[in-house]
Design a protein around this ligand. Sequence first.
Ligand code: 5GP
Ligand code: ZN
Length: 110
Amino acid sequence: MEDCIFCKIAKKEIPSSIIYEDEYAVAFNDLNPQAPTHILVIPKKHFTSLNDLDDEKTMSALFKAVKNVTKKMNINEYRTVINTGETAGQTVFHLHIHILAGRPLKWPPG
Ligand code: 5GP
Ligand code: ZN
């Protein structure tokens, strides 16, 4: 999708520190990390949010990507977050899964 920053990252049209990639997904470090490890996992195909995700291959691929990333990074305690919609804190409207690790995380989140 034109003018989508995460589409551009997936296509490597703008730089990011990509740490994992497969046929369906890309993972890269968050620009503004909220924990010592803060990785974003995105589908290569544009979905605005979880509400739009209707492709089962991508659904399973995203979970596989999370598992592959955490295995590769040697992280086995972490939080995954998907913000859906503005009131939930979504600021980039290309579906992404946050992986946060490396410090104690409180619950409930703010
Ligand atoms: P959201 O608030 O939509 O759940 O999360 C968006 C995340 O994308 C934020 O944590 C923000 O720091 C990150 N982000 C926004 N723009 C960029 C960018 O250009 N590059 C990278 N690596 N992360 C970004
Ligand atoms: Zn996009």
